[in-house]
Design a binder for this molecule. Structure first.
Ligand code: NDP
Length: 333
């Protein structure tokens, strides 16, 4: 192992955030019982905000961003991991409160790690990444609410995004009829979403205005990554007894709805969070991802593998809506 390694470090200078690739040594790393030789991380919405200094994602500076990572254990003081073990980490506020994945070495707490499931390599694990992991949690949440293939059409909102694309692929693979809602002007993503398994497409000006409290019933279940009026309309259009799994607020954090869908149609709205998800659920989700998401779909979802140097420009592209699907970061490149 060489003494120094590369990491993207964010430092606060007045009200500006400066990003730079720095050479660090292991002694610069924070406390933790496992040292990981990181191979891949991924670029998510939150990461793009952190890297560009947009919003209030990062709680402590200096910070190594990157909300997930996959690699090999180099040193371990934990009885649960030994040198050579392949591991994956998502959540637990890494890249926000604790140093994350945009580094060639990471020292982390062993109870944040999940053993890399058999059948998945580190690149595909980060093609799944936090977005795919969250998509799987959303699907599990809908199943727990009673959704089954044949129940009716399942709507995925923000379908061209990181979470949405994986949710479409998993649901289609499991045999659900999937409808995709994309943002206005994203019709050029429909062919790609069709290849992932979407059968119907939803768009139109009605998705940008306030819906009536109840609209015509259309959906047996829904994965919502957008929030705001989109989520309000999804709730108003749910079939009797249907469940919406909401994990995101790409459109808005507001929820301008009424109690009508909940009272008159027994609709349920369940929140999904990947950050503090319990370890047994994490392990289930990762093993389900190996089973329920073909790597061919993952390769399609992941058009690009980028380097640490690419992160500032690709983060800006992501926030400007110019990225389709998932971006994997090869931290060794
Ligand atoms: P992406 O930016 O990859 O995707 C979001 C998608 O939603 C984009 O295609 C975007 O289109 C679309 N969109 C935005 N606004 C609207 C709108 N008003 N109507 C229709 N579509 C819209 O983000 P991710 O998929 O990575 O994440 C989605 C959300 O989920 C984010 O809010 C993220 O923070 C959250 N998230 C939550 C997690 C959790 O644990 N709860 C984990 C991971 C993500 P366009 O690009 O044109 O704007």
């Amino acid at each position: 192992m060489s003494d120094t390694f590369k990491a993207l470090v964010l430092r606060q200078e007045g009200d500006r955030v400066r990003q730079a690739i720095e050479q660090l040594t292991v002694s610069d790393l924070p406390e933790g019982d496992v040292l990981v030789d990181v191979e891949y991380s991924s670029l998510n919405y939150k990461d793009a905000m952190a890297v560009t200094g947009t919003g209030k994602i990062v709680r402590e500076y200096p910070m190594v961003p990157g909300i997930d990572l996959a690699g090999t254990v180099l040193e371990s003081k934990s009885p649960f991991y030994k040198e050579g073990d392949r591991v994956v980490l998502t959540g637990w506020n890494v890249g926000e409160r604790y140093w994350g994945g945009y580094t060639q070495r990471a020292r982390v707490k062993s109870n944040w790690l999940v053993p890399l499931p058999e059948g998945l390599d580190t690149r595909h694990a980060m093609a799944v990444g936090t977005a795919g992991f969250t998509a799987m949690l959303c699907v599990m949440t809908l199943e727990e609410a009673g959704l089954k293939p044949g129940s009716g059409t399942v709507l995925v909102t923000g379908a061209a995004g990181g979470v949405g694309g994986v949710a479409v692929a998993i649901l289609a693979y499991l045999g659900y009829r999937v409808a995709a809602l994309t943002a206005p002007g994203q019709e050029n993503t429909h062919e790609y979403l069709e290849e992932l398994g979407a059968m119907d497409f939803v768009a139109g000006p009605e998705w940008t205005v306030q819906p009536r409290p109840l609209e015509t019933q259309r959906w047996a279940g829904a994965v919502d990554t957008v929030g705001g009026r989109v989520l309000a309309r999804v709730l108003a259009e749910m079939n009797y007894g249907g469940c919406v799994a909401n994990c995101g607020l790409a459109g808005s954090a507001d929820l301008p709805t009424t109690v009508m869908p909940f009272i008159l149609r027994a609709v349920s709205l369940r929140g999904v969070d990947s950050v503090l998800c319990p370890i047994h659920r994490r392990k289930t989700a990762w093993s389900r991802l190996v089973r329920d998401l073909p790597t061919s779909a993952l390769d399609m979802i992941t058009p690009d593998v980028i380097s640490l140097d690419d992160l500032p420009s690709r983060s800006a592209d992501l926030l400007a809506g110019k990225i389709r699907g998932r971006l994997v970061v090869d931290v060794r490149a």
